[in-house]
Design a protein around this ligand. Structure first.
Ligand code: NYM
Ligand code: MG
Length: 216
């Protein structure tokens, strides 16, 4: 028994611009995995419940001066991920699939969209847990903008989101583990594609070691 390879869970990341449908699809995915008897947890970044998360949440909701510099808030978003590593890794080792709504790619795309160097932006997240799959929710900004709630927080402006989308595109070209999903379709149709891909990945990685080498 000691020599038996232990099944681990898969780390599945969802990325995309604001209102691309990540939250809807990640919630549906956990329900569908559960109906396949596959244990999973859903986490989101920023995790607004931690100490760094509270700072981030106030930054996102306010436009008041003085405020954090672009570099400082970037590092806080990264710290917010680093503080979750142990919990995520323990879950994966236990055989639980971890679904995350945004990850380091959002970290890079939103800061690089402000004009900061893309490689500098990657620095703080180097060595983070490596996703087994990145699902990128591809959607035209005009479509995302018509969805409920767009415009409520900092960054939710059409011109800025276009820049974010361009930065995501650059990251995607550098990374073969991305799977691009057409997110401008009915919810159930999108979910069907996602479930198929995710089940394949869970099966493929179950005996592989967990990667700790994002961008390194
Ligand atoms: N965001 C999210 C960043 O700017 N950097 C990051 O590292 C992450 C994870 O936070 N507009 C931005 C993207 C979103 C905002 O995220 C809040 P959400 O998923 O809307 O709660
Ligand atoms: Mg948002």
């Amino acid at each position: 028994l000691a020599n038996m390879p232990r099944r681990r869970g898969a780390l599945i990341v969802f990325e995309g611009v604001d209102r691309s449908g990540k939250s809807t699809q990640t919630a549906l995915l956990t329900q569908n995995l559960s109906s396949h008897q596959i244990p999973s947890i859903l986490r989101r970044f920023p995790d607004r419940t931690s100490t760094t998360g509270a700072l981030i949440s106030s930054y996102l909701s306010s436009t008041s001066e003085p405020e954090l510099s672009d570099e400082a808030i970037h590092l806080l978003f990264s710290a917010n991920r680093w503080e979750a590593v142990k919990e995520l890794e323990d879950a994966l080792l236990n055989g639980t699939t971890v679904i995350v709504d945004r990850y380091a790619y959002s970290g890079v795309a939103y800061t690089a969209a402000k004009g900061l160097d893309l490689n500098w932006c990657k620095g703080p997240d180097k060595g983070l847990l490596t996703p087994d799959l990145v699902i990128y929710m591809e959607i035209p900004i005009e479509v995302a903008a018509t969805r409920g709630g767009f415009g409520g927080e900092r960054y939710e402006k059409i011109e800025f989101q276009e820049k974010v989308r361009g930065c995501f595109k650059q990251l995607k070209e550098q990374d073969p583990t991305w799977r691009v999903i057409d997110a401008d379709r009915p919810v159930e149709e999108i979910q069907k594609d996602i479930v198929g891909t995710v089940l394949e990945v869970i099966e493929r990685v179950k005996e592989m070691p967990i990667g700790h080498d994002l961008w390194s």
